[in-house]
Design a protein around this ligand. Structure first.
Ligand SMILES: Nc1ncnc2c1ncn2[C@@H]1O[C@H](COP(=O)(O)OP(=O)(O)OP(=O)(O)O)[C@@H](O)[C@H]1O
Ligand SMILES: [Mg+2]
Length: 281
């Protein structure tokens, strides 16, 4: 029997927060790995010049791969298509013994050169549409697209918000971080108003690196409470603090492939379910 491959309509989710080090890359990688294990064809777009998502998915030096395009080429070279920068996600370092391809999980390779992206975009036509234009031709091949944003609210992130239909704000539960959420909400609002067809909405506030031990002090407890009071149902199940997270990054493996039954792995599974995803039959 001939099977006809139908176009998929993906959920496109931007993982954002202008505050650096708030768990965006960790969450993109580990939510992505859980989705892929659910049987959903998932693409992670590494839009940050630190390229942490690429490192975590096996690619330590994405700019040094012979003949391989990255997101920066797609942004700056006319005619370079996003699928030229897409590689399979790996559990382990590229080329190392035992490293496996993660089924259903794909990565738009990041690049250190993205540090020049803002400068490039400043003078570009339709600059806020840059990522939407790149994603439109290929998005029908995926069930979910996760965008790992840099820690800013510049043009790269505006482009990610224009391209997505959902936003998850990742934060560590402190007062400074929670205050920053208001700015993200304003940007989302602005994008919806300014760009026809842009429909991104905040669908989740994800507290990460949440200490479970009392000695962590009242700031975290209060921060957690404040998030729950302000964002109610938008608060996703929190991800507990775990030494396995930095360790898994150092080993270039998503948690599912590093600490399958660990607390943080369990937490990310709950996050994925709370976002409404289901294991495919
Ligand atoms: N649940 C957790 N437990 C322990 N450490 C964590 C947890 N979540 C994140 N971290 C650590 O916090 C740091 C920042 O996380 P991450 O790189 O995901 O943030 P980011 O928002 O992507 O940062 P940037 O803005 O620099 O891109 C990392 O060192 C990561 O290992
Ligand atoms: Mg990051």
């Amino acid at each position: 029997m001939i099977q006809i491959q139908t176009e998929r309509i993906p959920r496109i989710i931007a993982m954002t927060n202008q505050v650096g080090g708030s768990g965006k890359s960790t969450s993109a990688v580990n939510v992505g790995a859980q989705l892929a294990a659910f049987g959903l064809r998932t693409l992670i777009v590494d839009a940050d010049d630190q390229a942490d998502a690429s490192v975590a998915l096996g690619y330590m030096f994405p700019d040094q791969l012979e003949g391989q395009k990255t997101i920066y080429h797609c942004l700056t070279e006319k005619g370079t298509k996003l699928d030229e920068a897409i590689v399979p996600a790996l559990a382990g370092p590229l080329g190392a013994e035992g490293t496996k391809v993660i089924e259903n999980l794909f990565l738009v390779l990041g690049s250190g050169e993205m540090e020049n992206a803002e400068q490039h975009l400043t003078s570009a036509m339709n600059r806020e549409m840059w990522l939407k234009k790149l994603l439109d031709p290929i998005k029908g091949e995926y069930d979910v697209i996760l965008i790992d944003c840099p820690g800013s609210l510049g043009l790269v992130v505006i482009g990610a918000l224009v391209a997505s239909n959902e936003v998850v704000a990742c934060i560590k539960p402190g007062f400074k971080e929670l205050r920053g959420l208001t700015r993200i909400e304003q940007k989302i609002e602005l994008v919806r108003e300014e760009f026809p067809g842009a429909d991104a909405k905040l669908v989740g506030v994800l507290l990460v690196d949440v200490p479970t031990h009392r000695s962590a002090g009242a700031v975290w407890d209060d921060g957690k409470k404040m998030a729950e009071e302000s964002y109610g149902d938008l608060c996703l199940p929190p991800v507990r603090r775990s030494p396995r997270i930095p360790e898994s990054y150092a080993h270039q493996k998503a948690l599912l492939y590093f600490d399958r039954a660990g607390e943080a792995t369990e937490d990310y599974l709950k996050v994925v379910k709370a976002l409404g995803f289901q294991r495919q039959k």
